[in-house]
Design a protein around this ligand. Structure first.
Ligand SMILES: *Cc1c(COP(=O)(O)O)cnc(C)c1O
Length: 230
């Protein structure tokens, strides 16, 4: 086992720290979700030995096989597109779902979490860029989904997530991240939900996301190296 992971983690940590410094933010306000999709339990164990505790997965079936083979003290976040027929398993496996993208999915997650005997922390995934991305709910649906969440006992909406269209230049993602924060501030005022968590920023654009207020950055490639499949 080389010490490649420790070195890559050091680089990612420095990137986060530098962005916090530029933005005048407290480093403690930014947490790392190590997106371990496609990587096996050995790589995850190595990451855990370097002190990481929060891991992100984007496929329920993959996670179902992998999580039982990993150390038991880790926290698992679901970050991918969640199909409604997978929510029962997801509710058992995961400690947080970043990607609730419709009212219907929120209701399904609520029922599945009740079955699993837990209250699931969730984020609402918002499509900030309109037609340019197929991920997330349109922003105008968010207030209604929050009103619905008020009546659900087994989900707790903690904040928002977004994935802007990929651009070569990460600076082009910055306005989308800023947009999400501005909407958050408005919805916070209108709905009474604090929406403290903003899950935004990945390997190539984490700096601009942190500058715009990200509290969770979801980083895969910069920690684990290139994936063989998406
Ligand atoms: C894969 C994935 C990431 C991590 O992407 P990298 O570019 O490898 O850092 C983050 N968020 C989601 C939703 C993903 O599917």
């Amino acid at each position: 086992m080389d010490n490649g992971f420790a070195e890559r983690l050091r680089v990612v940590t420095e990137r986060i720290e530098a962005a916090c410094a530029r933005a005048g933010r407290d480093r403690a306000g930014v947490q790392l979700v190590a997106v371990s999709k496609t990587h096996g339990p050995d790589r995850i164990r190595e990451a855990a030995e370097c002190g990481l505790t929060v891991f992100g997965e984007s496929k329920v079936q993959e996670a179902q096989v992998k999580i039982p083979q990993c150390p038991g003290n880790l926290s698992w976040h679901f970050v991918g597109h969640l199909q409604r027929n997978k929510t029962a398993v997801a509710a058992q496996l995961f400690d947080c779902i970043h990607s609730v993208d419709s009212a219907r999915l929120l209701e399904t997650v609520d029922r599945a979490s009740a079955e699993a005997g837990k209250v699931m922390p969730v984020l609402l995934e918002v499509n900030v860029s309109g037609e340019r991305s197929k991920y997330g709910m349109p922003p105008e649906e968010v207030p209604g989904v929050l009103a619905l969440a008020n009546g659900l006992d087994h989900v707790e909406v903690r904040g928002l997530m977004t994935m802007p269209p990929f651009t070569e230049d990460p600076a082009e993602a910055q306005p989308w991240f800023r947009q999400l924060r501005e909407w958050r501030d408005r919805w916070r005022g209108e709905t009474g939900f604090a929406l403290d968590e903003l899950s935004m920023g990945m390997t190539h654009d984490l700096e601009v996301a942190v500058e715009e207020g990200a509290t969770w950055v979801r980083v895969g490639t910069a920690l684990f190296g290139e994936r063989e499949r998406a």
